[in-house]
Design a protein. Structure first.
Length: 62
């Protein structure tokens, strides 16, 4: 089973997104979105960028 995007209501008119892995562990939590349209755009951006994202190791900084 793949991970999933969970939509949670925050207050009366805001939403937050949680990304979970196949076991249900929380992988990422989004900032608060003011509308479901903005949240859906956030999901789309995560899907597009995660698949092509570059890994940057910042452990060793000059």
């Amino acid at each position: 089973m793949a991970g999933r995007f969970e939509i949670h209501r925050v207050g009366d008119e805001s939403y937050r997104l949680r990304l979970t892995d196949a076991e249900g562990n929380i992988v990422a939590v989004s900032p608060t979105f003011r509308s479901l349209t903005m949240l859906r755009d956030g999901i789309k951006a995560v899907r597009e960028n995660a698949a092509t994202g570059i890994v940057v190791d910042l452990r060793r900084q000059a």
